[in-house]
Design a protein around this ligand. Structure first.
Ligand code: KIV
Ligand code: NA
Length: 279
């Protein structure tokens, strides 16, 4: 399979072919997403919530992102991978922003980075793009600004807010972003933005008319623990319960000494194959 690139993505928008995007945070999740045929993988800073157990994305560091991005890119070597720039790593000097971007690209081996925000980050977006790094924008509900927004609420509800989102989308396009994530935006506003820009929009809780869709791995698979129901998510599998049931059966069988049984034990005349331990 030929990996996707930003030129093809734009062409897909023109042809009306939707982009499928999913987050991944480590080798197995990336590998399974690639095997399932996903178009793009996002190493989201949502890893703070679903993998590291924080209640916001704010504690996630550039070191966390580099570490996780590196394992994702090892697991999905033929998929276009975008890595999130974490909280407060792209609001100081351009130099500082570029240092973080370099680490995600060179150490993490991502193909692109994502940044939350509108007009205030456009100069940084342009500088990163000028350095040869594709940038995915992210507007609407931007979780890194939760303390400014005052909660996780729907964006674009009144005309003024809708206009602000439209202006931000156009400014990001002009700054050179290759696409824009629209998070928790009303369907009407997301549709208008998708029509107004030539770069693909990728929605999450932003309705049916975006050029692509993105979901969080743990939401799609009901893997997060504790699992929180979100109306914009469709769960396609119930992995969390399967894992819990599997582990509790293991615990039960160890306690009652039914595992291991005679099929799992070795005798002196057997040779353990090295391949038992490889990947
Ligand atoms: O971190 C993340 O998972 C994201 C998506 C929700 C777009 O930014
Ligand atoms: Na994110």
């Amino acid at each position: 399979k030929q990996p996707l690139n930003i030129v093809k993505m734009k062409k897909m928008k023109v042809e009306g072919v939707p982009l499928s995007m999913l987050t991944a945070y480590d080798y197995p999740s990336a590998r399974l997403a690639e095997e399932a045929g996903i178009d793009l993988i996002l190493v989201g800073d949502s890893l703070g919530n679903v993998v590291l157990g924080y209640d916001t994305t704010l504690p996630v560091t550039i070191d966390d992102m580099v570490y996780h991005t590196r394992s994702v890119t090892r697991g999905a070597q033929h998929t276009f991978i975008v890595a999130d720039m974490p909280f407060m790593t792209y609001h100081g000097s351009i130099d500082e922003s570029l240092r973080g971007v370099r680490r995600l690209m060179q150490e993490g081996r991502a193909q692109a980075v994502k940044m939350e925000g509108g007009l205030e980050i456009c100069a940084t977006v342009a500088a990163v793009v000028a350095a040869g790094v594709p940038v995915l924008g992210h507007i609407g509900l931007t979780p890194q600004s939760v303390n400014m927004i005052g909660g996780y609420r729907i964006q674009g509800k009144d005309a003024k807010d809708a206009q602000r989102l439209m202006d931000e989308a156009k400014a990001l396009e002009a700054a050179g972003a290759f696409g824009i994530v629209l998070e928790l935006v009303t369907e009407e506003v997301a549709e208008a933005i998708s029509k107004a820009v030539s770069i693909p929009t990728i929605g999450i809780g932003a309705g049916r008319y975006c050029d692509g869709q993105v979901l969080v791995y743990h939401d799609l698979l009901r893997y997060a623990s504790p699992y929180r129901e979100k109306r914009f998510v469709k769960t396609y599998a119930d992995i969390g319960n399967q894992i819990r049931e599997g582990i509790s059966q293991y615990v039960r069988e160890v306690k009652e000494r039914s595992f291991p049984d005679e099929s799992h034990v070795f005798t002196a005349d057997e040779i353990v194959l090295e391949s038992l331990y490889g990947a």
